[in-house]
Structure formats: structure tokens, C-alpha cells
Design a protein around this ligand. Structure first.
Ligand SMILES: NC(=O)C1=CN([C@@H]2O[C@H](COP(=O)(O)OP(=O)(O)OC[C@H]3O[C@@H](n4cnc5c(N)ncnc54)[C@H](O)[C@@H]3O)[C@@H](O)[C@H]2O)C=CC1
Ligand SMILES: N[C@@H](CC=O)C(=O)O
Ligand code: NA
Length: 816
């Protein structure tokens, strides 16, 4: 025989109830069952609300009671055929009359005791089970309604009564044998004392009822039907990739639930567990889902079963020389805490015995500090012990699973995952049962920690990078396309997954917790939210993914100014935007330091020469001890394109327009023509070469004619430029006459840089450049006689997006 239990949410309305009746018909077809029901969804709460209103002498309880009565009557009419309705309606009516009398009494005497409360709420289960027993009979099931108060005997601890098992088991057995061929339909939650007073069984009481019956009847299994598909690997509200745990041992279920896996409350399952009855947690709304099986021995191949946590924790630190080798100190610590009802959640003491660290609920922290300081008053005065330090705003994160004891490496994986995400561990505890490893971390790190551990233990083989992309323009869009094209290969061959959760341009922003479908080329639009960088970053932080990265594909100063805050929140930054690194030297150094010290990556290969490996190469040279003597470069793809095209005989204004159309220029092409873009790049290269370079150290020759400097828009600028076509043709002709070519270049030497237009002869390396080519020559102590040369297209959507993409993938390598 199988014991089946449905909670209030499973029978919340008529559709849900019909669904449950269908499930029961199928279950019955498989074999004998007995059913436990809670009250219909929300009824217990409504009964308590009525009671409170009545107690407060508020007649508003009357309409509430009336609406409850209507709701029940309506259900009877919907579930039971007209011929059979009247007796059920009468039953319900009589119960509501009793309730009315009860509330009237409470209203008059303004008193509502625990005893009355248990009696009041018992109506919920009594009415629901009665109606459902009748409804099942209508469906052809031979049911019998059983008021559990007739069989479950308890003491008179109203609200949380303790069961007298010998008597209860006998009474249940008798009731069962009396109705052997029938389906018992049992009221959950309620019981009674020997004197016949109604009691209730406390938290998750209906589950408890089901477990008590399952044990007494030696059921083959117990099925708890609820509104989720079993116990999940982590809280799905915090870990979006959480999945159902197929099997849990009884001890694992106990451990997980202790840490707040709210689906089942295994203390209530104890009677079934003692008899080793398998327990299934099933989803009423997805009956074909196998859910979770909780049993004695599980088929087990995962290192851990689940990850759990407790919030609102404080750490107490009791420390001092007075603790070392003094017998009885810990007994005094825990004795004092116990006497003042402080529950200790976690304890950790190093073998040096110099300090004891205790995790408790934050609400107990002040009391705990006081009692401990009283207990050790004299030791503190004598300086043998410090005052008790309290660290608030902490959380306990725990991995649970019996397999940990057979396989070394669980704690290694745990600390590695937390460490890689820059989550500091303040205390650790693992009992010798090795069923649970707990770590105390900051509350603000909790969600990230849960996700990091979930990835490490459950998706271990696939690293996920969580991207927040600001700037869905030319480069941003090309990047999205590129990631989408490469995703399945990265997933299958490199175990790397990339999800984009946030997208923004200057006007709108959009978020997707599961990650946008990149195949749809997502772009934020007026259907989404108005862009607000602050909100964007806050949302990013609140999603709290491990391995998060802000990808900045704007040219915005505001976004660049946010990197410090982003890095401080332990989110990496990848960007082609040069604004941050070419601002003040102090800012540049600060960001480098922050990223280095906290080990949060800040990658910007595309700041110079797009995807060409310039920055990484330079960093490698420097890291390996080389010293840069001179850097010479054509660092602007657009300018090289412009002066190359010019030599084909096209007017200057037209080739500038072409460069813009091809996506080589900055969002504002004046940034290129003014030499600013190249100045920024040589400044960044100098700084990467460990030179303390300021903007004033760069001399810049602008290509923007004087009357174009103050144009108000890009369009006006492009228009005015036409008047200068002859000037640029003249420059070209002069170079041609000398057999030379015009190159816009930068040179850095002896702590000074210059940027401007030169004409170079055929022997110069820059002579042969074509199109959007860049070329960089590093003369260093090692590359002294002949410089190291890097050459190739240095602007354009694809070559830039590819460089940004490579930086993102690099993050995946670091975080692996
Ligand atoms: N085009 C190229 O070849 C290369 C470009 N870069 C850099 O890439 C960055 C992007 O360039 P493009 O895609 O060509 O520019 P774009 O103008 O096509 O796109 C910029 C995007 O940023 C958005 N945006 C601007 N300010 C914003 C703000 N405050 N908040 C949110 N979004 C904002 C715009 O709405 C637009 O979607 C620039 O920093 C550029 O210097 C770097 C190397 C090469
Ligand atoms: N506008 C830039 C693009 C890369 O930074 C260029 O022309 O090189
Ligand atoms: Na580059």
C-alpha cells in the first residue's frame, strides 16, 4: 500500500483539484493507496485571520468567513453531481455554522488560546478531506473519510503536539483493517489528546500525518505531492541552473533541509525513515517528472548532492591566551550560550586553541556577546581573554553529500571555486561524518558563492561566463554574432559556455536571467528599460553570477569611469574602449593595481590595433624582463585607410566617409582625424611599457582643418571637410613627387611621444601598408638590432569583435 499526500497548493482551486483527482485515479490503478489532504490552499491562513479579527473585536471576520463558506460550497457543486450534493453541502454548512459560533465566542470574550487555535484550524482539513473523499467516490473510488483526530493521539502541546506512537499506531491499524478494501481519505495536520481535545502537529504537519500513517501501515512508499519537482541541487531563486536531485539518502535530506531546502522538512518524515520507507517528492503540476526519491541507500555518482545556505548569521570570536590548554573553556562557552537559549549553528576551533569561532543567528548576536563577556568577566579584566568580537552580516554555505567521505577533493573544489570568485572564507566546519562541509562567508557573497559552487560541483565540466554587454553598436553587434556562431564549439570542445544576461546601448537596456537567445541578434529597444548605467550595474550585481564580466563596447567616458566600481564588485572588465586607460596616469595605475591585487581580470587587447596581439605581446615582453626603448607605429586603421585610398585619386572628404562607412573610425571620426585616437593608443602602449606617461607628454598633430574643429555634429563636420579636399590632394602630390607615402604615425622614445602625418620612403617599413593596416615596431633591449614587428588590419567590426571575444575566452581560462 502506498501513502499519498497532497498539500494546500496542489488543491488550491478547482482545476488543480481536478488534476489531483486524475493523478489519484492513476495511482489507484497501480495498487492500493491511502490519501492525506491538507486544507484547500489558503484556508488555514484565512481561518487564522478570522480568529485574529474576532479576537480584536473586529466584525470583519464575518464577511471573510462567508466568502470561505461560499468557496467551499462552490467546490462541492463543481465536484459532486446534483443528486449527491445535498448531504455534502449539509456537512459543509454544519461545519461553517460551528465556525460561526466559535468566532462569535472569540469575538465576545476576545480570547484566542492555542487550544482554540488548533480546534479552529482543524476545520480546514476536515472539510477538504470530506469533500475530496466524496469527490473521489463520485469517480468510482471506494473511499472512506477518516478524521485523523480519531486515530492520532498526542499530548496537549497545542500547535506542536507530540505523538503517542504505540496508541496511534494501533488505532491507525484498527481503522485500516476495518476498511480494508477502501481508500482511506485522511485529514492532515490534526490529531487529538486522550481527552478528545483537538491538537495540531506543527510545521509541515500534514507531511507528518502522512509519514505517521505510512509507518503505522508499513506502506511500501510515501509520496509527497507538492508544487515543485522534488528537492533541487540549490535554491532555484538564487541559482538559476539548479536541477532536481534524483535521489537523496535520509541523512542527506536531513542535512539539506537543515540548511533551508524548504521542499520537505525531514523531521516530519522521521516515522517513515525509521521504517526505511522510500519517500518520493513529486510535482502535482508535472506528474510525469520523476521528482526526488529519498531512501536509505541511493545510487550515487555525484560528489555532492546539493548546496544549501543559511542567511543572517553572525560570527562570534572568543579568543585569548586564557584559552590555551585550559580544560573546560569550551564547556563554559557553550554552557553560557545554552543557558541563554542561543542556538549554535557552527563551531570551529584551530588546534592552537587560541580562539573559538562560533556562528549563530544574527538576532542572537548581542545577547550572546553579553553572556559570554559576563561568563569570562574576570579573564577579560585580567587580559587573558579579549572582548568577544562579533562579525555581522555573514552566511553559511554548505555542500552536502555522503559521497564526500569516499572521494577526496570535495573541500579542495569548494575552496577553489570560492577563491576563484574572490570570496573570502571566514570559518570552516566539517564533522567527521563528512556529510557536510560548511563555510562562513559574507552575506553579500552568498548568491555568487552558491552559483560558483553549483558550477564547480554540478556543471563542473562546463565553465559558464556571464556577460553584461554595454554598447550594442558596430562592435557589440559583431561580438554577439561571433559568440553565437562559436558557442556550440566552445561548449563541446572547450567546456566553456557564454551567456549574455544584460545588454545596453545609450538609450535602452534589457536583462535576461537565463541568457539572451543570441541567434536572435538581441538589441535593447523601446520595449525594454530606459538605459541608466547605475541601474544596469546594480542589476548586474544583484544577479550575482560567479564569473561575471562587464564588456564595454562603447566609447563612453561614463562607462569607463565605472570600471573601478565594477572590479571592486568582483566582476571582470573586457573592453575596446580606450577612455579608462588613456585618462590620468593615477586612474590607469589604480585600475591595474585593483585588478592585480584582487585577481579580477581587466582585459583590453583591442585598445590598440583592434584584434592584433599588441597589448598582450607588450605585457609578455615586460613581464619577462625586457625593457622598451622605442615604439613606432601606425596605430589608426581609419587613418591608414584614408591616406591609402587618397593615393587612388579619391577626394579626402569621400575617403573619410568611406572609412566611417566601413566601421574603421571612432563613433565620432573627428577623434581619428584630430589624432586623439592615436594619441590615446601610444599613451596606453607607453604605460604598458611601464613608462609614467601623461597626456602632456604626447605632441599631437591634428588633421582636422581649423574651421572644422568646432562643428556641432558629425554631419556638419563631414560636409565642411569637402572644402579641404584640395589641401589634402596637395599633401599627397608632394609626397608622390618624393616617391614617398603619407602615413599617420606615432613615435615614443625617451618618455615623450609624438603623433602626426609623415611621408615615408620605400625603405621604411610603413611604406608597404595597405587598407586599414596597423604596424607596430617594438625596439627593446632584447629586440635591439631589429625591432619586433606586428602588422595587420587594425580596425573594423570583425577584427575588433574577434579581439574582444578572445579576451572573453581568456577569462574562461583564468576562471577554470
Ligand atoms: N571600430 C573599430 O574598428 C574599433 C573600435 N574600438 C572601440 O570600440 C568601441 C565601440 O565602437 P563602435 O562599436 O564602432 O561604436 P558604435 O558607435 O557603433 O557603438 C557604440 C555603442 O555604444 C552605445 N553607447 C554609447 N554611450 C553609451 C552609454 N553611456 N551607455 C550605454 N551605451 C552607450 C551606443 O548606443 C552604441 O550602441 C569604441 O570605444 C571604439 O573606440 C576599438 C578598436 C577598433
Ligand atoms: N578608430 C580606430 C579604431 C580602433 O581603435 C582606428 O581607426 O584605428
Ligand atoms: Na590589439
Amino acid at each position: 500500500m502506498k501513502l499519498v499526500k497532497f498539500g494546500g497548493s496542489s488543491i488550491g482551486d478547482i482545476d488543480r483539484i481536478k488534476n489531483v483527482l486524475g493523478i489519484l485515479a492513476k495511482e489507484k490503478a497501480k495498487g492500493d493507496i491511502a490519501v492525506v489532504f491538507s486544507a484547500f490552499g489558503g484556508v488555514t491562513e484565512d481561518l487564522l485571520r478570522c480568529s485574529q479579527l474576532a479576537k480584536n473585536n473586529d466584525p470583519a471576520y464575518q464577511p471573510l468567513l462567508l466568502s470561505m463558506e461560499k468557496r467551499h460550497m462552490q467546490l462541492v457543486k463543481q465536484l459532486i453531481s446534483v443528486q449527491k450534493q445535498s448531504s455534502v453541502l449539509t456537512y459543509v454548512k454544519v461545519r461553517f455554522n460551528e465556525l460561526e459560533d466559535l468566532f462569535h465566542g472569540i469575538y465576545l470574550i476576545k480570547e484566542f488560546s492555542g487550544r482554540t487555535s488548533d480546534y479552529v484550524v482543524s476545520f480546514g482539513e476536515r472539510i477538504s478531506a470530506y469533500i475530496l473523499a466524496e469527490a473521489l467516490r463520485e469517480k468510482g473510488m471506494d473511499t472512506v473519510y477518516l478524521d485523523a483526530r480519531d486515530v492520532i493521539r498526542t499530548n496537549d502541546h497545542f500547535g506542536n503536539a507530540k505523538v503517542n506512537f504505540p496508541t496511534t499506531n494501533q488505532l491507525i491499524w484498527d481503522a485500516y483493517t476495518k476498511n480494508k478494501d477502501k481508500v482511506l481519505v485522511i485529514t492532515g495536520f490534526v490529531a487529538s489528546t486522550d481527552k478528545g481535545e483537538t491538537t495540531t502537529l506543527g510545521r509541515s504537519g500534514s507531511d507528518y500525518t502522512a509519514a505517521i500513517f505510512a509507518a503505522a501501515l508499513k506502506a511500501e512508499s510515501l509520496e509527497i505531492w507538492t508544487d515543485v519537482s522534488g528537492v533541487m541541487t540549490a535554491d532555484p531563486k538564487l541559482v538559476y541552473s539548479a536541477i532536481t536531485i534524483p535521489q537523496l539518502s535520509y541523512s542527506e535530506a536531513m542535512e539539506l533541509s537543515h540548511f533551508g531546502a524548504k521542499v520537505v522538512f525531514p523531521a516530519t518524515m522521521q516515522p517513515a525513515m525509521r521504517r526505511k520507507i522510500p519517500i518520493y517528492i513529486k510535482n502535482t503540476f508535472d506528474p510525469s517528472n520523476p521528482g526526488t526519491l529519498i531512501c536509505e541507500e541511493t545510487e550515487n555518482n555525484k560528489l555532492i548532492k546539493g548546496i544549501s545556505s543559511l542567511s543572517q548569521i553572525s560570527l562570534l570570536n572568543v579568543q585569548g591566551s586564557g584559552l590555551v590548554e585550559v580544560v573546560g573553556v569550551s564547556s563554559r562557552v557553550f554552557g553560557a550560550l545554552a543557558r541563554s537559549q542561543v542556538n549554535v549553528i557552527l563551531i570551529s576551533q584551530a588546534s592552537s586553541e587560541h580562539s573559538i569561532c562560533i556562528a549563530i543567528k544574527s538576532s542572537d548576536a548581542e545577547k550572546a556577546k553579553d553572556v559570554l563577556e559576563q561568563e569570562f568577566h574576570y579573564e577579560i579584566i585580567a587580559g587573558e581573554m579579549d572582548k568577544v568580537a562579533v562579525v555581522p552580516n555573514m552566511a553559511v554555505i554548505a555542500v552536502v553529500g555522503e559521497n564526500m567521505k569516499h572521494h577526496p577533493g570535495a573541500s579542495g573544489r569548494l575552496f577553489q571555486a570560492l577563491g576563484r570568485n574572490n570570496i573570502n572564507v571566514s570559518a570552516i566546519a566539517q564533522g567527521s561524518s563528512e556529510l557536510n562541509i560548511s563555510a562562513v562567508i559574507k552575506q553579500t557573497d552568498l548568491q555568487k558563492g552558491l552559483n560558483a559552487l553549483h558550477e564547480a560541483f554540478f556543471l563542473a565540466d562546463n565553465k559558464v561566463l556571464h556577460v553584461f554587454l554595454v554598447g550594442v553598436g558596430l562592435i557589440g553587434r559583431a561580438l554577439i554574432k561571433m559568440i553565437n556562431n562559436q558557442l556550440s564549439k566552445l561548449q563541446s570542445d572547450y567546456m566553456l559556455d557564454i551567456k549574455i544576461h544584460g545588454l545596453a546601448n545609450s538609450r535602452y537596456m534589457a536583462f535576461d536571467e537565463d541568457g539572451f537567445d543570441l541567434a536572435k541578434n538581441p538589441v535593447p529597444s523601446e520595449r525594454d528599460l530606459p538605459m541608466d548605467l547605475n541601474v544596469f550595474l546594480n542589476t548586474m550585481n544583484s544577479m550575482n553570477f560567479s564569473n561575471s564580466v562587464l564588456v564595454d563596447c562603447t566609447a563612453s567616458q561614463e562607462v569607463a569611469d565605472s570600471y573601478q566600481r565594477v572590479l571592486e564588485s568582483k566582476v571582470a572588465v573586457v573592453t575596446p574602449n580606450k577612455k579608462a586607460n588613456s585618462g590620468t596616469l593615477e586612474k590607469y595605475k589604480e585600475l591595474k593595481k585593483l585588478s592585480g591585487q584582487r585577481n579580477i581580470k581587466f582585459l583590453y587587447e583591442t585598445n590598440v590595433a583592434a584584434g592584433l596581439p599588441v597589448i598582450n605581446t607588450l605585457q609578455d615582453l615586460i613581464l619577462s624582463g625586457d625593457r622598451v626603448i622605442r615604439i613606432e607605429g601606425v596605430l589608426s586603421g581609419s587613418m591608414n585607410f584614408i591616406f591609402s585610398e587618397l593615393s587612388k585619386g579619391l577626394p579626402f572628404s569621400e575617403v573619410v566617409a568611406n572609412a566611417k562607412a566601413k566601421g574603421y573610425t571612432e563613433p565620432d571620426p573627428r577623434d581619428d582625424l584630430s589624432g586623439m585616437d592615436v594619441a590615446r593608443k601610444i599613451l596606453i602602449l607607453g604605460r604598458e611599457a611601464e613608462q609614467d606617461l601623461h597626456f602632456e607628454d604626447v605632441t599631437v598633430q591634428s588633421m582636422v582643418p581649423d574651421d572644422c574643429v568646432h562643428t556641432r555634429s558629425v554631419e556638419e563636420f563631414m560636409e565642411k571637410l569637402k572644402a579641404h579636399d584640395d589641401h589634402f590632394r596637395g599633401l599627397l602630390e608632394e609626397a608622390n613627387r618624393k616617391g614617398e607615402k603619407l602615413r599617420f604615425m606615432a613615435v615614443l622614445e625617451n618618455g615623450k611621444a609624438s603623433v602626426g602625418l609623415r611621408s615615408v620612403g620605400a625603405s621604411h617599413p610603413f611604406y608597404s601598408l595597405v587598407g586599414s593596416d596597423n604596424m607596430i615596431l617594438f625596439t627593446t633591449e632584447r629586440y635591439h638590432e631589429f625591432p619586433m614587428i606586428i602588422r595587420g588590419p587594425g580596425a573594423g567590426a570583425d577584427v575588433t569583435a574577434a579581439g574582444v571575444f578572445a579576451d572573453i575566452i581568456r577569462l574562461g581560462n583564468y576562471s577554470r
